[in-house]
Write a protein that binds this ligand. Structure first.
Ligand SMILES: [Zn+2]
Length: 156
């Protein structure tokens, strides 16, 4: 448990570091898009395992989970799921580099998201949860003064 905590804490370097891009594959985006459509109108959510490469965060694994709140305006993750993903990451030399969830409205961090971003200082990937619209991803992190900064999404 202690080591897992350390793994998570290492993610906090993104506030100080110049992480400005999250790199994700088309296949991973497809997985998130399908989950978003399947769960609609409930907010879909997932954890992203990956590595830090200079200014980039590279997503290696997408781990989808259910929204414990079963809500279209908020989300929560099952702590045992989070723990399993932390352990899986440790086994593979990966960290939790991002949290994904879908929004019914504006794909911008809400007040509660911003609180969550303080606890989980990783990249927050937010999708527009509107099936009729083109699936779009937006990424954010907290800056030095805990202000929301947009991060570039690179799809490969
Ligand atoms: Zn949100």
């Amino acid at each position: 448990m202690r080591r897992s905590y350390l793994t998570l804490r290492r993610g906090s370097k993104i506030n100080k570091k110049i992480v400005n891009t999250i790199s994700i594959t088309k296949k991973q985006v497809q997985k998130l898009a399908e989950e978003t459509v399947d769960r609609y109108p409930v907010e879909a959510c997932a954890l992203l395992l990956g590595v830090y490469r200079g200014e980039k965060v590279v997503v290696k694994k997408v781990r989808i989970t259910e929204n414990v709140n079963n809500s279209s305006i908020s989300f929560a993750l099952d702590p045992s799921f989070v723990y399993r993903v932390l352990l899986e990451g440790e086994r593979m030399g990966l960290e939790i580099v991002g949290i994904f969830h879908a929004h019914p409205a504006l794909p911008y961090p809400s007040c509660s998201d911003r609180e969550g971003m303080k606890l989980w200082p990783v990249i927050w990937l937010i999708a527009q949860n509107e099936p009729k619209e083109v699936f779009k991803l937006f990424a954010f992190k907290l800056g030095k003064e805990e202000e929301v900064e947009e991060v570039m999404v690179e799809v490969k």
